[in-house]
Design a protein around this ligand. Sequence first.
Ligand code: CTP
Length: 135
Amino acid sequence: MQHKTAAVRVITFGTFDLFHYGHLRLLERARAHGQSLIVGLSTDELNEFKKGRKPVYAYPEREAILRGLRVVDQVFAEESLDAKADYIREQQADILVMGDDWRGRFDHLADICDVVYLTRTPSISTTATIERIQS
Ligand code: CTP
């Protein structure tokens, strides 16, 4: 896909709970693919549906953390896992960037935007952090 005329808009999705170094690296690398970065931030309800637990930090707190980052330009609520194509069109995104734990899962969106999977940062995740604190 060609992106010669307008500024390239990158989009990514996630919960970003207990914001950690792996999240920061993902967002920095995503932003480097274009001129602006939009984050579809999972609502508390969607996270509960996806991961079977409420996020530790509620949506407004997670949103405030993301908005405070230099590399994030826009944040909106991701309410449904099945609406990625609609969100991509609404946000007029050119590239979808996801961590490679999602590799292959969004290849079908390649007809509306570029799809890029980035290597996850090893040895850190929200789940591992919660388990470490609990033990
Ligand atoms: N991510 C990453 N490296 C990590 C952890 C997450 O690149 N070590 C990326 C994911 O691939 C995703 C984004 O960060 O694209 C948001 O991930 P999220 O699911 O919110 O964070 P996790 O730490 O993976 O959460 P959990 O342990 O609850 O699955």
